[in-house]
Design a protein around this ligand. Structure first.
Ligand code: KMH
Ligand code: ZN
Length: 284
């Protein structure tokens, strides 16, 4: 049996500040305007985040994949922070596949790339195999580093199929994010995390985990214990604790940075994140 890889000495903290599924009306603290998003990004970088997983909203706070708006958002984030900017190609459960493919035209550093279809609460998050392959191919043409998002063990198996058949991504690094606790996906438990990590392809160079809703803390603790990185943010949980809404994404990043420091793997800075993920160097 091969020796387990040494755990990383630093923790990549990704913040997912907005998402596409919560409404501004339901969650007024959600950063949906460009000004709110930039202010959030600045504070989250100060708190220890090195990458932002970004969903963009329109003037009425609804999810949008408008390419010009995405490009303007990337430019504003690059102006105000040195965060690695990862755009969502998942969009909302209602976004058509062709709009999701066009996200790469905005030229982010990184993008999410989900390895299969999953029930998503009462909806379906659609990722058919031909779409996964087409999007993967597009990431390489656009020199965008994908983050492989894995919602269940079947998607881990699909990642093997993709890498074995189509080869390594741009930058040659394979960074995965286990998205756990979605109603329809794998549960946000330590047992599920250990099973998923054990099944990751040998080409994997780093992985993080995200627990949705009340699985946020158990998943973060399990990820740190198993040598993983962390993703936190209001895309994934809008409660800081039982009965206590999140007031600002920075609170979640601060808590993640504290947990990482306690695990003696303090937060990785943005330069370290660029090195880890091998995103394409600027100027853009
Ligand atoms: N909004 C979810 C249906 C991603 O960003 O790539 C999909 C999602 C995943 O958020
Ligand atoms: Zn997302």
């Amino acid at each position: 049996m091969p020796a387990a890889p040494a755990p990383p000495t630093r923790t990549l903290i990704t913040v997912a500040p907005t998402g596409a599924e919560s409404t501004k009306a339901d969650v007024p603290a959600l950063p949906t305007t460009l000004a709110e998003l930039v202010e959030t990004a600045v504070r989250c970088e100060q708190a220890g985040a090195a990458m932002a997983h970004v969903h963009v909203r329109d003037d009425r706070h609804r999810p949008t994949l408008d390419v010009a708006r995405l490009a303007d958002t990337i430019a504003a984030l690059r102006e105000a922070t040195s965060l690695v900017v990862q755009l969502s190609t998942g969009g909302s459960v209602h976004d058509p596949l062709e709009h999701r493919l066009r996200v790469l035209e905005a030229r982010p550093d990184s993008c999410s790339l989900t390895m299969g279809t999953v029930n998503f609460g009462d909806d379906v998050f659609l990722n058919p195999w031909p779409f996964v392959r087409e999007l993967y191919d597009a990431t390489r043409s656009a020199q965008v580093v994908p983050e492989f998002e894995l919602f269940d063990l079947g998607q881990v198996a699909t990642l093997h199929r993709l890498l074995d058949g189509d080869g390594l991504p741009y930058g040659d690094r394979v960074h995965c994010d286990l998205v756990m606790g979605v109603p329809g996906g794998m549960p946000g438990t330590a047992a599920a995390l250990v099973a998923a990590v054990a099944a990751l392809p040998e080409q994997t160079t780093s992985w993080s985990a995200t627990g949705v809703g009340r699985t946020s803390l158990p998943v973060a603790l399990a990820a740190l214990g198993a040598g993983g990185h962390l993703r936190v943010g209001m895309e994934d949980t809008v409660s800081f604790a039982r009965g206590r809404p999140v007031e600002h994404n920075a609170e979640l990043v601060e808590r993640a940075a504290l947990l990482a420091a306690l695990a003696e793997r303090p937060a990785l800075d943005t330069g370290g994140a660029r090195e880890l993920l091998q995103v394409r160097p600027g100027p853009w």
